[in-house]
Design a binder for this molecule. Structure first.
Ligand code: ADP
Ligand code: MG
Length: 292
């Protein structure tokens, strides 16, 4: 495209709240035929809320929530914020704990007095040798909820489920991308059952979902699509997404997301609206057509 067409295109993008950081980003977007979408904060709002509190037999709801608050006070994960908001409203004050370790893609462990405590998903519980109630987990996940498990000294103390809402435009955005010939794939660190429930809600087929992805592996999935011959756009909001955003042919960061994601991306979606991904592809194609 000519410099003038690019200038007009980036200006039009800016008017609709899409910041192209370079001429190359605007040009490259027209050739994209696959788009990798992060789930939490990209397809969903990224503001999960507590929906269920399920103490293990012999454990009170209060004791479970106290443990949950104690562990999640030491985590910066959006899931932790949901737990802290809920326990805070109930006036539950965390106990002091130490030796917090964030386990990527799994959860958090800590020491509380003489006790080893942990919060996280089934993978973390399996690694710690904690028996979980698989049936309860499955039921919550089928409803699109993410079950968080809390353990003390190798024993399950209960489950707190959180759920995030799909953004109002995600369904239309995924349909619009398909119409443009861009195949969507959802990538998430969440479990496969929860991921499948959200996927169904937004019109993604089961083979368009990759779940249980560890933070370090998001970039690899983008690379594998590229190696299969695709031109790949990646849309994400989190710190975890930044290597994948950099790897993609075009990385698009959600404006409401982490600064590090926006720094590494080629495009910033100021309205945090997935429909703007489809609009950006259309804009890119229009700019290129105009100069021919
Ligand atoms: P994503 O942001 O896509 O959900 P993450 O890699 O950040 O991916 O997290 C993957 C999973 O690890 C979460 O869905 C959750 O089950 C578990 N997890 C991560 N952090 C925490 C935490 N602070 N408390 C409980 N569970 C956690
Ligand atoms: Mg995210």
């Amino acid at each position: 495209a000519t410099p003038v067409a690019i200038m007009v295109g980036t200006g039009r993008g800016a008017e609709m709240g899409v910041l192209f950081k370079s001429a190359e980003a605007l040009e490259a977007l027209r050739g994209v035929d696959a788009v990798v979408l992060d789930k939490t904060g990209t397809i969903t709002r990224g503001k999960p809320q507590v929906t269920d509190v399920l103490p293990a037999p012999g454990v009170t709801e209060k004791a479970l929530l106290k443990l949950a608050a104690t562990l999640e006070a030491g985590s910066e994960h959006p899931l932790a914020e949901a737990v802290m908001a809920h326990t805070g409203e109930l006036g539950i004050v965390p106990r002091s704990a130490s030796d917090f370790v964030a386990v990527p893609g799994r959860g958090v462990t800590a020491r509380e007095g003489a006790n080893a405590v942990a919060a996280g998903n089934a993978r973390l519980m399996a690694e710690l040798g904690v028996d979980v109630d698989a049936e309860a987990l499955d039921g919550l996940a089928r409803d699109g909820k993410t079950p968080l498990m809390f353990a003390k000294n190798g024993r399950l103390m209960g489950i707190v489920a959180v759920a995030d809402q799909v953004k109002p435009t995600s369904v239309a955005a995924i349909a619009a991308l398909r119409t443009l010939g861009v195949s969507p794939v959802m990538l998430t660190g969440d479990n496969d059952v929860t991921a499948a429930a959200i996927a169904r809600e937004v019109g993604l087929a089961s083979d368009e979902v990759i779940a249980n992805v560890l933070p370090a592996d998001k970039e690899r999935h983008v690379r594998e699509l590229q190696e299969a011959g695709h031109r790949v756009a990646m849309v994400g909001d989190g710190i975890n997404d930044s290597p994948a955003l950099a790897r993609a042919d075009v990385g698009l960061a959600i404006g409401a997301g982490a600064d590090i994601a926006k720094e590494g991306a080629d495009v910033v979606l100021m309205h945090s609206d997935l429909l703007d991904v489809a609009r950006s592809v259309e804009l890119s194609r229009a700019v290129i057509r105009n100069i021919k």
